[in-house]
Design a protein around this ligand. Structure first.
Ligand SMILES: [Zn+2]
Length: 409
């Protein structure tokens, strides 16, 4: 696997500047397109799964994190507080406390549960400059996060559904989990709450994993400070393992924030918080995608999906018409005309683009294009409208296939 850092720069996806600072990458237009498309997929999948989206600020008062437990248990990873008019505010290390307060802002009945709040939002980590690099070790990240407020009885179903979303996302993104890990507490004082709370939460996650049929390993010392979790591990280009997706059961923060709902008995009950992330931070997810695919993204995710290659200037009107029709259906299409060199060199330059449409004199006269698929496969000339419809169908379905092999080639 290539290194995402080097490839990301070569492909013009992201960069850094010492004046912005280490671990604070910016996204170039092609990288921003990949990120935006990934975020769109996530929001769409969440909407279909019954999540509601919220926005919350990236700052909060120090007191908020004292209540959540981040300040006493996680502060070595947090940025120092900023003094502001006699108060201290900090860049948030996670989104959970904000979402807990959003839940608490109104009364809830058991009929509303599970309540699933999702956000792709910024969180911050005070990594030392020596370990920073590319998109995987950063000080500012956008987390694909969600918190499900539910009853104890609903936890297993919600965790199972989250694992299903993770599986579907990996299939669409063309990535594979290296392993599933049940992350449990280890020795040491960084874990909150009593042993009963941990046993109950771990038993629920174990039940979900056993029922899902995936192989997993238990690992001590990998839990969050507030609860155990299922981590989906992936392997990077250098063989290092990293957590991409996670499902966590938290009985602690609902207690700390005094969350409740009214049960069928009319009494107050404590909800459980299930924390879950489908692709982790978009930075880490895109880094992994760059490495796994060597820059050759699935067509729906590719920054440029179709490159149009008029053989000579004479076919430029047909090329422009094709680009316009493609753009009309949301396709990211560009024209690489003869001013960019020979046809062969233009095809090589576009080798990571999923679709290359060559238009010579014969194709132009017949309203056709000669399509080449990434990897070199050439298809017989066919009507431009048919090519656009079939590419559009595959992209709309977020397929990882370049061509519908079921249909006639
Ligand atoms: Zn959380």
């Amino acid at each position: 696997m290539p290194d995402h850092h080097k490839l990301g720069r070569e492909l013009g996806l992201f960069g850094t500047d010492p004046l912005i600072g280490a671990g604070l990458p910016y996204w170039l237009p092609d990288g921003a397109t990949v990120r935006h498309t990934l975020e769109e997929y996530i929001r769409d999948a969440e909407l279909r799964a019954g999540y509601r989206h919220v926005y919350s600020p990236v700052l909060g008062k120090r007191e908020l994190y004292e209540i959540s437990g981040h300040w006493p248990h996680y502060s070595e990873d947090m940025f120092p507080p900023m003094d502001l008019g006699g108060e201290q505010v900090v860049l948030r290390p996670s989104l959970c406390p904000h979402h807990a307060l959003i839940y608490r802002s109104r009364a809830h009945s058991y009929r509303e549960l599970p309540l699933r709040l999702a956000e792709i939002g910024g969180q911050y980590r005070s990594e030392l400059s020596g370990v920073l690099g590319g998109l995987t070790r950063v000080r500012a990240m956008q987390l694909n996060d969600a918190h499900i407020f539910c009853t104890l009885d609903q936890v297993a179903g919600e965790a199972r559904a989250a694992l299903g979303m993770i599986g579907r996302a990996y299939a669409a993104l063309g990535i594979r989990p290296a392993r599933y890990r049940l992350s449990l507490p280890g020795p040491g004082g960084k874990y909150v709450g009593g042993p009963g709370m941990w046993q109950q939460a771990a038993a629920m996650l174990t039940g979900v994993l056993d029922g899902s049929g995936v192989a997993y390993e238990a690992a001590e010392g990998e839990a969050a400070f507030y609860g155990p979790k299922i981590d989906v591990q992936v392997t990077d280009g250098a063989g290092r393992e990293d957590t991409l997706s996670t499902v966590q059961v938290d009985l602690y923060q609902p207690e700390r924030f005094g969350l409740h709902y009214t049960g069928p008995d009319g009494a107050r009950h404590r909800p459980v918080m299930v924390h879950r992330s489908i692709v982790g931070s978009v930075e880490r997810a895109v880094a992994h995608l760059i490495e796994v695919h060597g820059g050759a993204f699935p067509p729906w995710l590719a920054p440029t999906q179709l490159v149009i290659l008029p053989v000579s200037g004479a076919e430029l009107p047909q090329a422009l018409a094709l680009r316009q029709r493609g753009a009309g259906q949301g396709l990211r299409a560009v024209i690489a005309g003869p001013e960019h060199g020979s046809l062969g060199s233009r095809i090589r330059a576009a080798r990571l683009v999923p679709y290359q449409a060559v238009i010579g004199a014969r194709e132009a006269a017949g309203g056709q294009v000669a399509l080449r698929l990434r990897g070199g496969r050439r298809l017989d000339p066919r009507p431009a409208a048919e090519v656009l419809a079939r590419i559009g169908g595959l992209i709309g379905a977020r397929s990882t296939e370049l061509w519908d092999t079921g249909a006639a080639a």
